[in-house]
Write a protein that binds this ligand. Structure first.
Ligand SMILES: [Mn+2]
Length: 258
């Protein structure tokens, strides 16, 4: 089952794409809804409204609606705080449709405008996402992929002055310096379960659907940024099942202020 479930048939890919499409519509709804003063649970309610409206069975997993420093709590699902002016809000949610799941994360400014520092960190995470996606090809080895993503992240964290090249020179190879700000894995298989069955020792293969979800968590600055798309490995590269969901900072700002 472990091997069978990792390789998706066309029907499974189509159902996952549908779950991603519904998730996109819920995100677009949220982009127009969020403003200073709304409660995190009100945002959650907007999402489930769109899911049910489109015959999704519900959330694929407990949604994370984490404003401000709540985003630094990795599995925050209380969703009971007020979203404040100047804060970012991290949204990790996905629709379940016909037993298949979407798993998306976006981080957006509550007031519709990133501060320069927020945007700088955001663009670093987006850069790591885009570069990591290029590594997600048939034949790639899980551990090598994670090491390469770690290097991409290290470079960005130095640029953001969160770690120094001295930290990197002196780092413990089994706990590299970047882990202070990016402490979780980058990818997992997705399917009937949000964290789907698959062997960690099997190379990426055509028909796999995996998440790609780098993040930078800065409790001392009161915010975190994570971005997550769902990627299908194809014969000649990969296809981003969430490529149609807004992710460029300026595009997010434009939609929020429209
Ligand atoms: Mn995920």
């Amino acid at each position: 089952m472990r091997q069978l479930r990792a390789i998706k048939s066309d029907i499974e890919v189509n159902l996952t794409q549908k779950a991603c499409d519904i998730t996109r519509d819920a995100f677009n709804r949220v982009l127009k809804f969020i403003k200073p003063g709304v409660m995190e649970y009100e945002v959650e309610a907007e999402i489930i409204h769109e899911f049910i409206r489109q015959a999704a069975t519900g959330h694929g997993y407990n949604p994370i609606i984490a404003s401000g420093n709540n985003a630094n709590i990795l599995h925050y699902t209380d969703n009971n705080q007020e979203c404040k002016d100047g804060e970012l809000i991290l949204l990790d949610f996905g629709a379940e449709y016909a037993n298949y799941n979407a798993d998306m994360t976006r981080t957006i400014p509550v007031n519709g405008k990133f501060t320069p520092r927020q945007k700088e960190v955001y663009n670093s995470v987006l850069y790591v996402l885009n570069e990591s996606k290029k590594l997600m090809v048939a034949g790639a080895i899980w551990n090598t992929y994670h090491e390469q993503v770690g290097e991409l992240m290290t470079e960005q964290l130095i640029k953001l002055k969160l770690i120094s090249s001295t930290d990197v020179k002196n780092q413990n190879p089994s706990y590299p310096a970047y882990k202070k700000y990016f402490m979780h894995g980058t990818s997992h298989h997705l399917g009937i379960d949000v964290h789907d069955f698959a062997g960690r020792y099997t190379p990426f293969a055509e028909g796999n659907i995996l998440t790609c979800e780098p993040g930078i968590y800065i409790p001392e600055e009161g915010f975190a940024v994570r971005l997550e798309n769902d990627i299908l490995i194809t014969k000649d590269g990969n296809y981003d099942l969430m490529g149609h969901i807004p992710i460029i900072a300026e595009e997010i700002e434009e939609i929020m202020n429209a």
